[in-house]
Ligand binder design. Structure first.
Ligand SMILES: *[C@@H]1O[C@H](CO)[C@@H](O)[C@H](O)[C@H]1NC(C)=O
Ligand SMILES: *[C@@H]1O[C@H](CO)[C@@H](O)[C@H](O)[C@H]1NC(C)=O
Ligand SMILES: *[C@@H]1O[C@H](CO)[C@@H](O)[C@H](O)[C@H]1NC(C)=O
Ligand SMILES: *[C@@H]1O[C@H](CO)[C@@H](O)[C@H](O)[C@H]1NC(C)=O
Ligand SMILES: *[C@@H]1O[C@H](CO)[C@@H](O)[C@H](O)[C@H]1NC(C)=O
Ligand SMILES: *[C@@H]1O[C@H](CO)[C@@H](O)[C@H](O)[C@H]1NC(C)=O
Ligand SMILES: *[C@@H]1O[C@H](CO)[C@@H](O)[C@H](O)[C@H]1NC(C)=O
Ligand SMILES: *[C@@H]1O[C@H](CO)[C@@H](O)[C@H](O)[C@H]1NC(C)=O
Ligand SMILES: *[C@@H]1O[C@H](CO)[C@@H](O)[C@H](O)[C@H]1NC(C)=O
Ligand SMILES: *[C@@H]1O[C@H](CO)[C@@H](O)[C@H](O)[C@H]1NC(C)=O
Length: 761
């Protein structure tokens, strides 16, 4: 205990002297002196000594201290006593006290002495703190001399201690969470033993805590998100409207970079601190401050730079679900892989993490309160170490949060197409913008609508294998959320599943033809054989029929005005009868439509080869990608005549060597003769190679009269057997055409070289 109060007996000598005097004056009985104690004496309490007299006529009490003498005089109260408050205890209170009572000019004997003994007083501790900053946390350190003491912090003017702490070591840290003006003042501390007997130290020297005048904190942020992958570039932007300031960047409390004052422009100060390629060790808590010659700013808000892709990705879940009614709360549960990490919730499109949370377990829950439309969006989360470098995980897969009271409509489609051949497979997909919900597929019964034919799926895929008549019908789907939120569900579009292969195929043709120039009108005609047919136009690569028509006759005309390049493609059609909707026919033969004013070039080839053999013709075959065209062959160096052919075959004879040379072909549309294709690659026809060919001259040919006759007869045979030698060119031009053919037979001697002329008209 701090003070020990001891009553000492008066010496017998004094007693004897006073006793003798009582024969004259009635002796006033001696008063009683005691200290108001409630040990352990709380040292912030003032010590009060009390003096009380047994005589009711006592008027006043006097307190005296040995060596000091008179301390105070107090009037007696109704209860014949008086209090002597001595103030907060200090070493100076140590000593021996007694009191006297006073009545009608008579003073009593002294009370028995009361001794305040300052024993076991601990040395005073030392109080310190860093300069306080407005709004910031402040730690006040009280350093004592013995380990394991209790510590008490006092503030001048407050009757009770500000804080009390136990400590293991010799010092304790008192914390002011947010330093404000009301916290300014003179502080002191004491230490004391934590258990009986209580020993208190003296009060420390006072520490004056006053918030220094500071500039307001600067604006500080990263230009992109502070959650970044390794190798990315990070720019910190530290700026203040104060001019001519130096700016300093801190990482985890240590200065790492500063800007020169000379960079500062009048009107404002700003600095950009750049990390060109972030490494895993660059993560951490960054902040900045600025200063001029005398005054510093408060530190900026910190930016927690998290470098991702070090730990495995967490998963993010919305509870109760990703669709939330406006005004409700939604919990985003981020499940990580390790304990004691810090978690951040990120919204796509915003640069700053929305919320942080330090977790002791391996997951964190973020609450979005009373959500509104602006909270709709994609969220993801990340977790990271809270040690020096904020090493982070991969970002979670994003989840989309919808704030709505009406579920967005899902979309139902068939893959590969809603028109499926008997026995084939198809997958119906129900897909919507909301993820993480189930789906349910309905099939309409004939006549009645929306008879449930329940089938649920988590990912929205409904495969149907081995399609048959029973698969035919109208389908629609809905979300099938497995949580209870009173949200309106809207059915998807209706999908008509059509099964083909049940009736003979129709025929499809194009008017004016399969090749049309952009901007022209075209009609696709689907011709069936049965009345009461609905015709369906299909295009390869589209999941839905393009158009359906129910004409009164046997033919549907699909009118395609002002066609464009994207109308090109492979078309077909089917039909079904009124008696069996969607039970459709086989596909028509497919028809390729070209919307172009320059159809693709054809391909030219020679049969049997590009080398003329004696007396043999070569057939040039020009092949294009389209039907309904007319081919034309061009021979280099011969401006005319051109040869025309409908089937693309041209018979070339080499009479007089005229067949040799380069050929190319092209085609034009019968329905649109102004449109010409690009010419084919050219093809060179050559005469026979080798020495025999070189001796084969015109002179030789003229001399071999006999053989000429034979070959003329052979030419007639050729004309009969090869009716395709007839060319369109002769009809068009109305004049005969002669093709020279020359060949040297290398098996005979040079004299047998001959020539023949086959005239074809
Ligand atoms: C202690 O005494 C001082 C001066 O007498 C007084 O201002 C203060 O309020 C007292 N404290 C208590 C706790 O009574
Ligand atoms: C702290 O104490 C000193 C000396 O008594 C006084 O001048 C000063 O005003 C006090 N400070 C505060 C903030 O009360
Ligand atoms: C840095 O921040 C300030 C204050 O918001 C802004 O005016 C400035 O344009 C930013 N600089 C860059 C490069 O983004
Ligand atoms: C959320 O992400 C999905 C898929 O990446 C995207 O289609 C959607 O537009 C995004 N939503 C918002 C609001 O950014
Ligand atoms: C960064 O700040 C956060 C929040 O104040 C803290 O939890 C974390 O430990 C700090 N990280 C570092 C590396 O100091
Ligand atoms: C249809 O699906 C079944 C079952 O998945 C499979 O065995 C079959 O080969 C598929 N048929 C076709 C035509 O793809
Ligand atoms: C498909 O269905 C038909 C009748 O509906 C059946 O005969 C055939 O065996 C089935 N094929 C397969 C592969 O299941
Ligand atoms: C449909 O076409 C297939 C093969 O092309 C044929 O075997 C079948 O008989 C046709 N069906 C009808 C109803 O004409
Ligand atoms: C296409 O048809 C429309 C309407 O019948 C007509 O006005 C237009 O001239 C036609 N265009 C061509 C290129 O024939
Ligand atoms: C055919 O074309 C090729 C390549 O352009 C050329 O080398 C050759 O001389 C031409 N032949 C004739 C007979 O013009």
């Amino acid at each position: 205990m701090f003070f020990i109060v001891t009553a000492l007996l008066c010496c017998g000598l004094c007693n004897g002297v006073l006793t003798e005097e009582t024969e004259i004056i009635m002796p006033t009985p001696k008063p009683e002196l005691w200290a108001e104690t409630n040990f352990p004496l709380a040292p912030w309490k003032n010590l009060t000594l009390w003096c009380r007299s047994p005589s009711s006529s006592t008027k006043e009490f006097v307190l005296l201290k040995d060596g000091t003498g008179w301390i105070a005089t107090r009037p007696a109260s109704v209860r014949v006593r008086a209090a002597f408050p001595l103030g907060a205890l200090t070493q100076s209170h140590i000593g021996s006290y007694h009191c006297h009572s006073w009545e009608e000019m008579a003073v009593s004997e002294p009370s028995e002495a009361l001794e305040l003994v300052g024993r076991d007083i601990l040395p005073k501790p030392v109080l310190s703190a860093s300069p306080p900053v407005r709004g910031q946390k402040l730690q006040i350190r009280c350093k004592g001399w013995l380990a394991g003491m209790g510590f008490t912090l006092y503030k001048e003017g407050m009757q009770e201690p500000v804080q009390q702490l136990g400590a293991v070591g010799r010092e304790a840290f008192f914390t002011i969470q947010r330093m404000e003006h009301k916290d300014e003042g003179n502080y002191s501390c004491r230490t004391h033993t934590k258990r009986h007997p209580f020993k208190w130290s003296e009060t420390s020297e006072p520490l004056e805590l006053v918030i220094k005048e500071m500039y307001p904190k600067p604006f500080f942020k990263t230009q992109a998100s502070p959650v970044i992958s390794p190798g990315a570039r990070v720019t910190f932007n530290c700026s203040t409207p104060h001019q001519y300031m130096s700016l300093i960047l801190y990482k985890d409390g240590s200065e790492i970079a500063s800007s020169d004052r000379s960079w500062a422009s009048p009107g404002a100060s700003a600095a950009h601190f750049l990390i060109t390629s972030v490494g895993i060790g660059d993560g951490g808590n960054y902040s900045c401050r600025y200063h001029d010659f005398a005054i510093w700013s408060e530190p900026s808000d910190p930016v927690e730079l998290v470098v991702t892709e070090f730990y495995p990705k967490p998963t993010l879940l919305a509870q109760p679900g990703p669709v939330v009614l406006p005004g409700k709360n939604v919990k985003l549960h981020c499940q990580g892989a390790f304990q004691g990490m810090r978690f951040a919730l990120l919204q796509e499109g915003t640069q700053v993490p929305l919320q942080f949370q330090s977790a002791s377990g391996n997951s964190a829950d973020f609450l979005l309160h009373t959500v509104g439309a602006q909270d709709s969006g994609n969220y993801s989360c990340v977790y990271y170490e809270t040690t020096m470098s904020n090493r982070g995980s991969y970002l979670s897969k994003p989840i989309m949060i919808w704030v709505t009271d009406t579920f967005p409509k899902p979309w139902l489609f068939a893959e590969p197409s809603s028109v499926v051949h008997m026995g084939k497979n198809v997958t119906l997909w129900c897909q919507g913008p909301v993820h993480g919900v189930g789906y349910i597929l309905h099939k309409e019964r004939e006549a009645t609508s929306m008879q449930l034919w329940g089938s649920t799926s988590n990912d929205g895929a409904f495969p149907i294998t081995n399609i048959s008549r029973t698969s035919i019908g109208r389908y629609s789907c809905c979300y099938h959320p497995d949580w209870t939120t009173p949200i309106k569900l809207q059915p998807s579009n209706t999908l008509e599943l059509m099964v083909t292969g049940l009736l003979p195929k129709p025929s499809l043709s194009a008017q004016p033809g399969p090749i049309v120039a952009p901007g022209e009108n075209m009609t696709l005609q689907c011709q069936g054989e049965q009345p009461d047919s609905t015709f369906v136009l299909l295009k390869e690569g589209t999941q839905e029929p393009l158009e359906q028509q129910r004409p009164s006759g046997y033919r549907a005309d699909f009118w395609m005005p002002a066609v464009r390049g994207e109308d090109s493609g492979i078309y077909s059609c089917v039909y079904y009868l009124d008696s069996a909707p969607f039970a459709a026919s086989n596909h028509s033969d497919s028809l390729e439509i070209w919307v172009t004013d320059k159809p693709p070039k054809p391909f030219l080839s020679a049969w049997p080869s590009t080398m003329f053999k004696l007396e043999k013709d070569i057939t040039l075959q020009c092949r294009g990608p389209l039907p309904g065209v007319e081919f034309v062959l061009e021979h280099d160096g011969e401006e005319s005549p051109q040869q025309f052919s409908e089937n693309g075959d041209f018979v070339i004879s080499n009479r007089e060597g005229k067949g040799i040379g380069n050929y190319s072909c092209s085609y034009r549309l019968q329905g649109n003769p102004d449109i010409w294709s690009e010419p084919s690659d050219s093809l060179e026809l050559m005469g026979a190679a080798g020495p025999a060919a070189q001796e084969c001259t015109v002179g030789n040919i003229v001399r071999s009269g006999l053989i000429v006759v034979v070959v003329v007869a052979l030419g007639v045979v050729l004309a009969i057997e090869w009716p395709r030698l007839r060319t369109r060119g002769s009809e068009t031009d109305g004049r005969g055409q002669t093709i020279a053919l020359e060949e040297c037979n290398q098996e005979e001697d040079s004299d047998s070289c001959t020539s023949s002329q086959s005239s074809i008209s």
